[in-house]
Design a protein around this ligand. Structure first.
Ligand SMILES: Nc1ncnc2c1ncn2[C@@H]1O[C@H](COP(=O)(O)OP(=O)(O)OP(=O)(O)O)[C@@H](O)[C@H]1O
Length: 877
């Protein structure tokens, strides 16, 4: 209470005043200067206690004198209740009503003038009451303080959570940006590679074509060469025959000549002998004549005899000369023949070029004559064109001048007809001149063999019309074609190698990119999606459907649709050959997460008969156990490995969602009906609930503990025995319900006592089916409708989550309620989409893959469920 008066605690009337809890107890004395001195503040804090609720406190106030200065107010709104002496006296006379009078300002001023000595009495009872109230208020204040502290703590936690979310969002945005940049880079790279590929392919095609043409030419040349070589061979053998014949003749001629020569020589020898004999005889006769000079007669006789003997000698001489001449003649002939025989024989084997050369020379002559003719023609054409061009230019000039004249006249004359005519003929002439000029250029180009250098586009196109694209080639260019070809072949080889390298790099880079992308997505909390292709079954083989699904790499699958191939990307793609073990190898990490205290969900999705149960459960004989039995083993293997650090507890529930009703598979319907006859075969009601952390649990379902993998498997078998399965046209053992197996793993850290609780949900969904295909009737049709309805609700949830809609229709179906924490919740989720590779299931396969692609876009926020030792103890209590 704030009061500008000296207050004495004492008896008085009880009055009701509004008391501001700015209260202290003490004595305040008015000072001569108008100020107030406070004494006896032992119970008064340094500053008044503030911020308590104003409340009504019954106090009695006695004013013993006039109030000094202005009258203070107990509250902002209400004036201070003051009882003056007189009023107080009246009130002490027995008035039970309070005598509070609201002094007006004028009254207060008057009273202030009257006296400075004012006293107010507050009765002890009231003071006590007041103190009690104050104590209560203090208590309330304390409580409020505590509430405030709690509130502050909560606010702090909310802020911390918000900050955390904000950080996560920022990291997410950062990664998204990085990813977008990466995508852009990749797209650019891909574009570049494609461009380069297309370019190289074009070049390769052109080179191949060129190569083929040259090979063709070479082949033609070779065959021509062969033909000519054959002809030459024939001619050669003919000539050889002729030569040998001639040689034979020569030899025989030579032999006869040699014989004749020998005979002639013999004759010559004889003649020479005869001559010698005759010359000896002549000498002897001369000697005899000298001795018989004296014997006159005998000498004359002898001279006559000598004259008679000279006649045959001369004949012999002539004959000798003749013989000599013929001999020389024969010798010359023989020498000539011998020389001819000895002279080099023309080469028999000549290279084809020597045969071809004359042909080529002949052809070259022919070509040359054609070229010469063409040149002459070209020169003539150039000359004619030049003359025509000169004439056209001349005409143009004249017309231009005429036009200029008419322009001058036009200023005076308004008639434009003549001018238009001029203009049209001028433009016509200009066109003609342009045409001639281009023709001139083209003719010059043809003559020189050079490419024209012009910038005018129209002129270029016109020139190309005349010359044809790329027809102008210089002889150097022709010569270098061979070299260029070799060069290009080398380049082609290099390009092919480069292309191969690029493709290899691209493939490895693509695989890496997908891997990193998946890692980033995983870090972001995106649901992981695997795709498993089932082998073609007998029914599909019988239908003759082609295989339309193909795994491209570890992360991509294509489906051949009537509109062309369609590619889908997943976190992993498993082909038909992949074993159960290999598939499980990639899911092992999630089992570890469940043991670490995370909420984990693995579910299969796909059309009926696509292999969901095979993937989750395995085959009937358990030769190829699926994810469920393998998970049981993995859980207990991991428990065994960590048994020195943790204390584990494993429990499980197994449910079936059949005809939109949840059933506990640990309780057989028959057994339940037997135990509770009033239930008429209705199983205990199982309901889906979510705990404070949003984790789904089945209320009303029996949870059984297991201490080994075998025990857990036995429980699973027990549950499977109660499951609804029947044969359809598509699957001899078709699941008619969704199977939900929940395994809770609680681990207590032996070192610090913290407790983590993870849940592994393994869901084998029933397959979507078409009644026409499965042949479902009666109750099977009802089952199929229920399955399709729940899957459609699941589809709606997936669509809403992937489109990030504000409302997600989880409540539309029991299935979506069961899976609420796995889709968009706090679970680490893996979806395995099972597909058939056959063409006959193309539509269903496409639907499943589109579904799965949407699921890939959903983000979960997985959090570890771990409590400290104290919290765990409190929870237990
Ligand atoms: N990867 C696989 N390798 C070998 N056989 C397979 C594979 N996937 C499926 N099968 C066989 O195909 C048949 C149908 O498979 P499954 O029962 O698992 O299909 P489903 O998708 O669960 O069908 P429904 O939805 O009707 O229950 C089974 O006989 C199964 O053994």
């Amino acid at each position: 209470m704030q009061c500008n008066a000296t207050c004495f605690l004492g008896g008085g009337e009880v009055v009701e005043v509004m008391c501001v809890i700015k209260v202290w107890h003490g004595v305040m004395t008015a000072q001569p200067d108008g100020a107030w001195e406070t004494t006896n503040r032992s119970t008064c804090p340094e500053d008044p206690v503030v911020s308590l609720r104003p409340r009504r406190v019954p106090v009695a106030v006695q004013v013993l004198g006039d109030l000094p200065g202005s009258v203070p107010e107990l509250m902002d709104e209400r004036p201070c209740p003051i009882i003056h002496n007189t009023q107080y006296e009246e009130s002490t006379a027995g008035s039970s009503e309070s005598q509070l009078s609201d002094s007006t300002e004028a009254d207060q001023e008057a009273e202030a003038e009257r006296s400075q000595d004012v006293k107010i009495y507050i009765p002890y009872e009231s003071a006590e009451l007041c103190i009690t109230q104050i104590a209560e208020d203090m208590e309330a204040m304390k409580r409020r303080h505590l509430e405030m502290v709690q509130e502050l703590e909560e606010n702090f936690q909310i802020t911390a959570r918000e900050t955390q979310e904000w950080t996560v969002q920022r990291i997410r945005a950062h990664y998204q940006n990085k990813l977008n940049t990466l995508r852009k880079i990749l797209d650019l790279y891909q574009e570049k590679v494609e461009k380069k590929n297309a370019d190289w392919e074009r070049r390769v095609a052109a080179l191949t074509l060129q190569n083929e043409q040259q090979l063709e030419e070479l082949r033609a040349e070779r065959s021509r060469g062969k033909e000519e070589a054959l002809q030459w061979q024939k001619e050669k053998s003919k000539m050889l025959e002729m030569f040998s014949h001639r040689l034979d003749i020569l030899h025989s001629h030579q032999t006869s000549t040699i014989q004749e020569l020998q005979m002639a020589r013999q004759e010559v020898g004889k003649v020479q002998e005869m001559l010698m004999v005759s010359s000896q005889e002549q000498q002897e006769a001369t000697e005899e004549g000298e001795s018989s000079e004296n014997k006159g007669l005998s000498a004359e006789q002898h001279t006559v005899a000598c004259d008679e003997s000279d006649q045959p000698l001369e004949g012999a001489k002539a004959r000798l000369e003749e013989l000599k001449e013929s001999l020389y003649q024969k010798e010359r002939e023989i020498t000539e023949l011998l020389e001819a025989e000895r002279s080099p024989v023309p080469p028999i084997l000549q290279p084809p070029c020597s045969i071809l050369l004359p042909v080529i020379i002949h052809k070259a002559h022919a070509v040359f004559s054609v070229v010469a003719e063409t040149r002459a023609l070209l020169d003539q054409m150039i000359e004619e064109n030049r003359v025509a061009l000169a004439e056209a230019r001349d005409k143009l000039q004249r017309l231009q001048m005429a036009k200029d004249d008419s322009d001058g006249r036009e200023e005076k004359n308004t008639d434009n007809e003549g001018l238009d005519e001029y203009k049209s003929s001028l433009s016509l002439l200009q066109e003609t001149v342009g045409g001639y000029e281009i023709s001139q250029l083209a003719l010059d180009c043809i003559k020189t063999g050079e490419s024209p250098v012009i910038n005018d586009c129209n002129a270029v196109s016109e020139l190309e019309d005349i010359l044809g694209c790329g027809t102008i080639r210089t002889t150097e260019a022709v010569k270098s074609v061979g070299q260029q070809l070799l060069l290009l072949q080398d380049q082609l080889k290099e390009a092919k190698e480069e292309k191969k390298k690029i493709i290899e790099n691209y493939t490895s880079e693509r695989t890496l990119r997908k891997k990193y992308y998946n890692m980033v997505e995983d870090m972001k909390g995106k649901i992981r999606v695997f795709c498993r292709i089932r082998p073609v079954n007998r029914a599909e083989v019988a239908q003759g459907g082609a295989v339309v699904v193909e795994k491209i790499d570890d992360y991509s699958v294509t489906v051949e649709t009537p509109r062309g191939p369609r590619e889908f990307q997943f976190d992993k793609v498993f082909s038909a050959e992949i074993s159960q073990e290999e598939l499980f190898h990639d899911t092992n990490r999630l089992i570890q997460s469940a043991i670490d205290g995370y909420n984990v969900c693995i579910f299969t999705y796909g059309q009926t008969g696509s292999g969901k149960t095979f993937t989750m459960v395995g085959d009937k004989e358990q030769k190829n156990p699926g994810i469920m039995p393998r998970s049981f083993n993995a859980i207990f293997d991991m428990i065994r490995e960590n048994s020195n650090k943790f204390d584990f507890k494993v429990s499980a529930y197994m449910l079936e969602l059949y005809n939109d009703r949840l059933q506990d598979l640990f309780v057989s319907l028959a057994g339940e009906a037997h135990a509770q006859p009033q239930s008429h075969g209705q199983a205990r009601r199982v309901e889906i609930k979510r705990n404070r952390k949003g984790v789904v649990f089945a209320q009303g379902a029996e949870t059984k503990e297991a201490s080994s993998a075998q025990e857990l498997y036995a429980l699973f078998q027990q549950a499977c025995a109660n499951r609804h399965i029947s044969a359809t046209k598509m699957n001899v053992e078709s699941s008619r319900s969704h199977l939900i197996v929940g395994i809770m793993v609680e681990s207590r850290n032996l070192t610090n006592g913290s407790v983590s609780s993870g849940k592994l949900s393994l869901v084998d969904l029933a397959g979507s089916e078409r009644a026409a295909k499965t042949g479902a009737k009666d109750h099977q049709l009802k089952e199929a409708n229920s399955i399709n309805k729940s899957l459609s609700a699941l589809g709606d949830v997936i669509s809403a989550l992937s489109a990030e809609l504000p409302h997600v229709p989880y409540r539309n179906s029991k299935l979506t309620q069961v899976m609420q924490d796995s889709l968009g919740g706090n679970a680490k989720t893996l979806m395995i989409v099972n597909i058939s590779p056959s063409e006959c299931n193309l539509n269903e396969t496409l639907t499943s893959l589109i579904y799965a692609t949407r699921v890939k876009a959903i983000t979960n926020n997985a959090q570890r469920n771990v409590d400290s030792k104290e919290i765990a103890q409190l929870k237990e209590e």
